[in-house]
Design a binder for this molecule. Structure first.
Ligand code: DNO
Length: 388
């Protein structure tokens, strides 16, 4: 595996120099300052690439060139937005950065209800709590159909919990869901959010898949021509929230995706954290099955709870078997004779990082350093014992 670290640019307290010290050789980043749907200018791409290379690292993966909502909806100026996307692809190819992670989640990117959830050892983790999500949908968003989408048991616990929450706690939950997360493109308010959700009313999973297929059919020929690898990120969490369809959450969804257009440029970011929150996903099996289409790995481990909640556990613990995952990865790398870029996805907030509020949630230095080191050791142990 090619070890990479995500970097959020000049404002990221985890600098390029730190990334080198972590032992990673690659950087995963985006032009975060370019508004969603606009063309990425060649000059800006080169500037970022030069900066990364001057630090002795490579820009291994772009995460993400985001997809404009009108493309997901196939409405409004979507044709223009697709043209812009194609131009961005041409520009990155010209700059020599040819790997693109993207997602097709409506309105929201990844979502958590708690960004600093206390673990027993004193560190903190990201958490998605089903009850808190029900509270958000019912009492903050006041979504009509929210009651139908949750079990009676969850709704009851939600009502009791909500009645005991302070105003501050309620505000915090809203902030966490709407704008807490790094990499998310837009900061949203409740009225804007409601409006955006309403645009999706009546749009089924099938409709959204067909819009994704339309988009891919428009851009993959250009990607192919320039040897660009597109790698879709699975939906996180891997189930519908707020009545919005989520379409990349299971083995069946990935089967549909690869069938939309049979090309190595139409690939997958295999995120074991997103896919691992769905208990039906057999991750090692899926790695072997989609071997030819996996271009990027996000390795992390969530601990699932019975009601559908989950939190980010240590990379080698949690509900997924990281040994079996890494073993499957090493196997497909061997078959394909490639080294797949991997980033240790998310990490706990630990040690000195507990005192700094300016780190991006889930992207503290020490937690990820630990995750990377654990996975590196695991991979070395497996490959040495297999070769014997
Ligand atoms: C979370 C990330 C996501 C991801 C996008 C990809 O940690 O994996 O923000 O970057 O969904 O488009």
């Amino acid at each position: 595996m090619k070890e990479t670290f995500r970097w959020f640019g000049n404002n990221d307290p985890v600098s390029l120099a730190y990334i080198r010290q972590a032992g990673a050789t690659g950087v995963v980043t985006a032009l975060h300052h370019i508004p969603n749907g606009e063309i990425w200018p060649l000059g800006e791409i080169k500037k970022t690439k030069d900066k990364i290379e001057a630090a002795g690292l490579a820009w291994t993966f772009i995460e993400s060139i985001p997809i404009h909502e009108n493309i997901k909806l196939r409405s409004g100026d979507y044709l223009q937005r697709i043209e812009n996307y194609k131009q961005s692809l041409l520009n990155i190819a010209q700059a020599g950065v040819k790997n693109v992670c993207y997602n097709f989640m409506p309105v929201l990117d990844w979502t958590r209800t708690q960004l600093h959830w206390k673990l027993n050892h004193g560190g903190t983790a990201l958490r998605f709590d089903k009850v808190d999500m029900a509270i958000f949908e019912r009492y903050h968003l006041k979504r009509d159909r929210a009651e139908k989408d949750y079990t009676e048991a969850i709704l009851q616990v939600a009502a009791t919990r909500f009645s005991k929450m302070t105003v501050l706690e309620r505000d915090k939950l809203q902030e966490n869901v709407l704008k807490g997360l790094p990499g998310t493109v837009d900061d949203l308010t409740i009225p804007v959010f409601k409006k955006m959700i309403s645009q999706y009313q009546g749009l089924t999973h099938q409709d959204l898949k067909s819009n994704l297929s339309y988009f891919l059919n428009a851009i993959v020929p250009i990607a192919e021509e320039h040897d660009i690898k597109m790698a879709i990120h699975p939906d996180d969490p891997p189930f519908d929230i707020m009545g919005l369809p989520r379409i990349i959450k299971s083995e069946g969804d990935l089967e549909d995706l690869v069938a939309f257009i049979d090309s190595p440029s139409n690939g997958i970011t295999f995120c074991t954290g997103s896919l691992g929150a769905n208990p039906a996903n057999d991750l090692p099996k899926m790695i072997r099955k989609f071997a030819a289409r996996i271009h990027f790995l996000h390795l992390r481990n969530v601990k699932r709870e019975d009601d559908g909640s989950f939190y980010e556990d240590n990379h080698l613990e949690g509900s997924s078997d990281m040994y079996a995952i890494v073993k499957a990865v090493l196997e497909i790398e061997n078959q394909r004779n490639v080294e797949l870029p991997m980033r240790p996805d998310h990490g706990h907030q630990l040690l000195h990082d507990l005192n700094s509020d300016d780190s991006y949630a889930g992207y503290t230095a020490i937690g990820r350093l630990k995750g990377l080191a654990e996975i590196r050791g695991l991979a070395m142990g497996i490959s040495k014992s297999v070769r014997k």
